[in-house]
Design a protein around this ligand. Structure first.
Ligand code: SF4
Length: 489
């Protein structure tokens, strides 16, 4: 078991949606780039907790250090002191492609004529079969790099292998490979002398550029710029490739931008202090709560969040409804990240492993409980029961996203469609299933409006099944079969 085998440690067997990865990169001569990367990865830890790693170059050679576990478990002071150089990339991983094992930790690395190539990836490619065929068809040198000889089983290793098959500069290789990729990708990568960053033409996952006094930083979220003291400059544009070396920063478009940012980043995935599309995620979530209150009002005494992710939307709901806001639940923040298997006695405590009610706040109250999403419904069922046991007079559940009905192929791991509670059940049926007095989700239109981003510039596929990047035919066929089987039941 790894420290983030959340499904096996989750007391109610209902893990939250999980982001694939966080990426970071820094080019800063004269700075301790390994330590900057370490802190950047800390700020992005919420995006991946299975493994962490970094690659550092001193201009001549690249050193890679990675292992299973949290950033604080993987790196110590002596390790960071040994990783000297002026250029680094880093990665926090949660796997959606490839197994959760050491060899799939990132950055991936391959030797090249340019002193090696290291690459870190956030997202998920959808045309890996086509890319594998391309890799096989490359020149004689490429034929050595078959899937069997790649150092891991994920789509990231495939891209690293493809880039390494091109003679000449890493820049030129990237311009050959990037236009052939489909799906969601934010890359930070490096050879011995330059830092690179690239984002898919849809810009599904976030990637931002920041400035240090003596260098440049790229990161999945602005929160990682803040922690290293970098100034936010701009987002890496969809379809853009950036390189930073001793000649400065240069940029090119490898594909026309067709923005489709992930709507779920606003609901749950990104940190509240991160800025996406010029808006603080916290502010968007407060607005989502306001919209939810206007769409689905209820007569109640107190609005409480499911911590931590429900807090901003609960604040917004309270503001718009005029119902007081209170903290009725306390989260045991680190319990899901332990290596220690809970005893049967502790496991029987169920949701109390994660959340503890404050009876004095709850007792006798008609509660509105604001949460970000319902996956299988097990968490909300246990939560409603726990709140009633703590003396709540009524429990009204309000969800700050529409029902999640479809899988994500762009880097987020929901439960499978068969495991999700929303497909095939009405809201009333789900309400009865979780035992609440009432249940309401925000509408898709209300959620989109709360972001301030036009609907056409957002991916909403997990809510409406409209996939902005083609899903592989084989998978689409499997999905049709799954839907058919469910319908037949
Ligand atoms: S399917 Fe959902 S989670 Fe995946 S990228 Fe689109 S909006 Fe985000």
């Amino acid at each position: 078991m790894t420290c983030t085998d959340a499904s096996s440690l989750d007391p109610v067997g209902d893990p939250a949606p999980r982001e694939e990865c966080g990426v970071f990169g820094v080019w800063a001569p004269g700075e301790e780039v390994a330590k900057l990367t370490y802190y950047g990865l800390f700020a992005l830890q919420h995006r991946g907790q299975e493994s962490a790693g970094m690659a550092v170059s001193n201009g001549d050679r690249i050193m890679v250090f990675k292992d299973m576990g949290l950033v604080s478990q993987v790196f110590d002071e002596p390790t960071l002191n040994s990783l000297t150089g002026h250029l680094a990339i880093g990665h926090d991983r949660y796997s959606t492609t490839g197994a959760s094992v050491w060899k799939n930790a990132q950055p991936t690395y391959r030797p090249t004529e340019n002193g090696g190539l290291a690459l870190a990836h956030n997202g998920n490619l959808t045309n890996t079969e086509e890319l594998e065929a391309w890799l096989r068809s490359r020149d004689e040198r490429a034929k050595i790099v078959t899937k069997d000889s790649m150092d891991s089983t994920n789509d990231t290793s495939l891209v690293t292998a493809l880039l390494s098959t091109f003679a000449g500069s890493t820049w030129d290789a990237a311009l050959q490979v990037l236009p052939r990729l489909q799906g969601a990708f934010c890359f930070t990568f490096m050879d011995a002398s330059a830092l690179y960053a690239a984002r898919d033409p849809q810009g599904i996952r976030p990637l931002v550029l920041g400035r240090l006094e003596r260098g440049w930083v790229v990161a999945s979220e602005t929160a990682a710029l803040d922690i290293v003291g970098a100034t936010f400059i701009r987002e890496v544009e969809p379809g853009e490739l950036i390189a930073v070396d001793s000649g400065g920063l240069r940029s090119v478009r490898f594909a026309e931008a067709n923005p489709k940012g992930c709507l779920f980043e606003y609901v749950y995935l990104a940190r509240p202090d991160t800025i996406i599309a010029d808006r603080r995620v916290h502010s968007v979530r407060v607005e989502i709560g306001r919209t939810l209150a206007l769409e689905s009002p209820v007569d109640a005494d107190l609005v409480i969040p499911t911590p931590e992710s429900g807090i901003p939307s609960a604040i917004g709901y309270a503001e718009a409804s005029g119902i007081p806001y209170g903290l009725g639940l306390v989260k045991n923040s680190y319990v899901g990240r332990t290596f220690i298997e809970p005893s049967q006695t502790i496991r029987q405590l169920g949701i109390r492993l994660k959340l503890n009610p404050i009876r004095d706040v709850i007792e006798g109250k008609r509660l509105v409980v604001v949460d970000d999403s319902i996956v299988r419904g097990n968490t909300q069922r246990a939560l409603v029961k726990m709140l009633r046991e703590a003396g709540a007079a009524e429990v009204h559940v309000r969800i700050s996203s529409p029902p999640v009905e479809w899988p994500c192929f762009y880097g987020i791991d929901f439960a499978t469609r068969a495991e999700l509670i929303a497909p095939g059940m009405t809201t009333d049926e789900i309400c009865r299933s979780i035992g609440a007095d009432s249940l309401a989700y925000i509408s898709l239109e209300g959620l989109v409006a709360s972001t301030g981003v036009p609907k056409r510039r957002l991916c909403r596929a997990c809510f409406d099944g409209q996939y902005p990047v083609p899903v592989p035919a084989r998978i689409a066929e499997q999905m049709r079969l799954t839907v058919q089987e469910e319908t037949d039941e």
